[in-house]
Ligand binder design. Structure first.
Ligand code: PLP
Length: 395
């Protein structure tokens, strides 16, 4: 029998992807340069040259029967060794190759971790605003997604509300910092406060509560701000990284999970990660890209260009009367919509081919997300449309 669950998810689709597809259709009619698409978080800056050169060299020189062969399910040993070493050197961690599982981006890392850590009836807590796909990964397992809203002025954690949402059924909490869509980076103090609450509750309930640290934007921070390494502050953390954003490889689908030895039930968690990945079919990430990212670890795209976009768009929108926090990281602005119906606001914006994503999809109605990882010309050219929209709402 066809799964009702999948039918409903398939039919629901993703607003972000639908808007992006709409933008592509409009571009055919009015020209690409006249569509101000701020929907999808796909980098507009090329991957680092060193990485592209490595890909070309591997294609030219490596034995093609090896380069395009199946990789080991969890990843190539030497690649996982390099990643473990880099994490250990950067953060004083204690990973070895066996603690790293190569994944098809953060998406599959999250799907694997939800499958590994959650069972029917469990709860997984997410902090709104959050990446919309969390719900699917969590509900896929039979667990329930519970939500806690952050403080809507600062977009920092509301610790009282957070503690109030942890129940005996809470098996995991997903933390995403730098955050999509708010751009907020949680401070070490916030992470330590979260850790203190979780340690206390885990002891009270007699089972671990895992943090899934979803960090595809780790290096995308501005003004020298530090991103605390969560596994160093809370032992029961599963760390997810992706090469999609700061290395601009979203289409190549590559990332990894790191499993800390210090965590409760380390060997069972590790076995469950390997088993879940196998059951979901997330095995053998492209050897070409595994080798290429491992050889060029630490090389980033020219992400300072996003900083210029951030300042340009933030300053212009403030001037027009829009309200939002200046993000410290990632490449999104999360603006307060001048009406509570953010879907209606985003529909209005479409009249000028200005494509924004309603906050409802991130568990945060009353806001809209703009991805500013776009060519700077698009931002400059879109400003009259933002101005028109502001005037429509009397800002
Ligand atoms: N997590 C967050 C917070 C994201 O914003 C994204 C993508 O936008 C992902 C996970 C998935 O990224 P990927 O699968 O490309 O690594």
């Amino acid at each position: 029998m066809i799964s009702e669950k999948y039918i409903s998810w398939g039919n629901a689709g993703s607003t972000i992807r639908e808007l992006a597809a709409y933008g592509a259709e409009r571009a055919k009619i009015v020209g690409r340069e006249n569509v101000y698409d701020f929907t999808i978080g796909s980098p507009s800056i090329a991957p680092p040259k060193a990485l592209l050169d490595t890909v070309s060299r591997l294609c030219a020189e490596a034995d093609p029967t090896q380069l395009h062969a199946y990789a080991p399910a969890a990843g190539i040993e030497s690649v996982r060794e390099k990643i473990a070493r880099e994490l250990n050197e950067s953060f004083g961690a204690d990973y070895d190759a066996g603690d790293i599982y190569m994944t098809h981006g953060a998406s599959s890392a999250l799907a694997i971790l939800c499958a590994a850590l959650l069972s029917e009836g469990d709860e997984a807590l997410v902090i709104a605003p959050y990446f919309p796909e969390y719900k699917t990964y969590i509900e896929q397992t039979g667990a329930v997604m519970t939500e806690v809203l952050c403080d809507l002025e600062s977009f920092q954690m509301d610790m009282g509300a957070f503690a109030g949402k942890i129940t005996e059924k809470t098996a995991a909490v997903i933390i995403n910092s730098p955050n999509n869509p708010s751009g907020v980076v949680l401070s070490e103090g916030s992470i330590s406060a979260i850790a203190a609450v979780l340690n206390k509750k885990a002891e009270e309930y007699g089972h671990p509560i895992y943090i899934i640290a979803d960090e595809p934007y780790r290096e995308l921070v501005y003004g020298g701000i530090e991103v605390p390494f969560i596994p160093g502050l809370y032992a029961d953390t599963l760390y997810c990284y992706s090469f999609s954003k700061s290395v601009s490889l979203p289409g190549e689908r590559i990332g990894y999970i790191a499993i800390s030895k210090a965590m409760a039930d380390y060997s069972n968690v590790k076995a469950a990660v390997y088993g879940a990945a196998r059951a979901l079919g997330y095995v053998c990430v492209s050897p070409l890209f595994q080798l290429a990212v491992a050889e060029t670890l630490g090389e980033l795209s020219d992400i300072f260009l996003y900083d210029e976009n951030r300042t340009l768009l933030y300053d212009a929108l403030q001037e027009m009367g829009y309200r939002c926090i200046k993000p410290d990281g990632a490449f999104y602005l999360f603006i307060k919509t001048p009406v509570s119906d953010s879907r209606a606001f985003c529909r209005k914006a479409m009249e000028k081919d200005l494509l924004l994503v309603p906050g409802d999809d991130f568990g945060c109605p009353g806001f809209a997300r703009l991805a500013y990882c776009v060519p700077v010309e698009r931002i400059k050219k879109s400003l009259p449309a933002f101005k028109w929209l502001a005037e429509e709402y009397g800002l």
